[in-house]
Design a protein around this ligand. Structure first.
Ligand SMILES: [Cu+2]
Ligand SMILES: [Zn+2]
Length: 205
């Protein structure tokens, strides 16, 4: 079945140059079978950035949390976020902020997310360094991790600033599974993600 999707996807790429790859991650609290959010990763074509949209709930109000792709997938049934290994770092660089270029961050460095006063994070990120097409930079079958405190972007001067951004404990995580290859005849507007976020904000806030 998956092969059929990939074939369709490649065919549509030839004809329309629009073949989206989609992945999802369900986040659970570290070492507990408690879901706190879902993220959707979408990349329209190999030249486009990956957009991440979703909701993470159940945090303390107005808190800032480091957010990274870590290297290893959790094996089925594994709930311990430390099993995700270090930051995804295929080019062996130092840790950095999301805004840094590819030589000055880990591929998996996605900066920080901020919870609102209700303890909800509305995620809407666009990042051109993580990828779903490029094998070296692919985040598929790796683990997204949310940390207890702010990622200092490598500038905090702590012993672990250059490796983890001193972002503290791993409070939640989830495996990124690329389960869908979606071919699109009509490319949709990049405003769709914003519309989804607005819609979800109306629902939750
Ligand atoms: Cu991390
Ligand atoms: Zn890093």
């Amino acid at each position: 079945m998956k092969l059929i999707f990939i074939t369709l996807c490649l065919l549509s790429l030839v004809h329309t140059k629009h073949c989206s790859l989609v992945a999802t991650a369900n986040l659970h609290i570290d070492s507990a079978q408690v879901g706190i959010g879902t993220l959707l990763f979408h990349q329209r074509d190999p030249a486009s950035p990956v957009r991440i949209v979703g909701i993470i709930d159940g945090l303390k109000s107005n808190t800032v949390h480091g957010f990274h792709v870590h290297r290893d997938p959790l094996v089925t049934g594994q709930l311990n976020c430390t099993a995700a290994g270090p930051h995804f770092n295929p080019y062996n660089t130092l840790h950095g902020p999301r805004e840094a270029d590819i030589k000055n961050r880990h591929v998996g460095d996605l900066g920080n997310l901020t919870a609102n006063e209700n303890g909800i994070i509305v995620v809407e990120i666009s990042d051109a360094i993580i990828d779903l097409y490029n094998a070296t930079r692919s985040i598929a079958n790796r683990t997204i991790v949310l940390h207890a405190i702010r990622d200092d972007g490598g500038k905090g001067g702590f012993p672990d600033s250059n490796t983890t951004g001193n972002a503290g404990a791993r409070i939640a995580c989830g495996v990124i599974s690329a389960t869908m290859e979606e071919s699109e005849v009509k490319p949709y507007s990049p405003k769709v993600a914003t519309m989804i976020t607005d819609f979800l904000q109306k629902l939750f806030l």
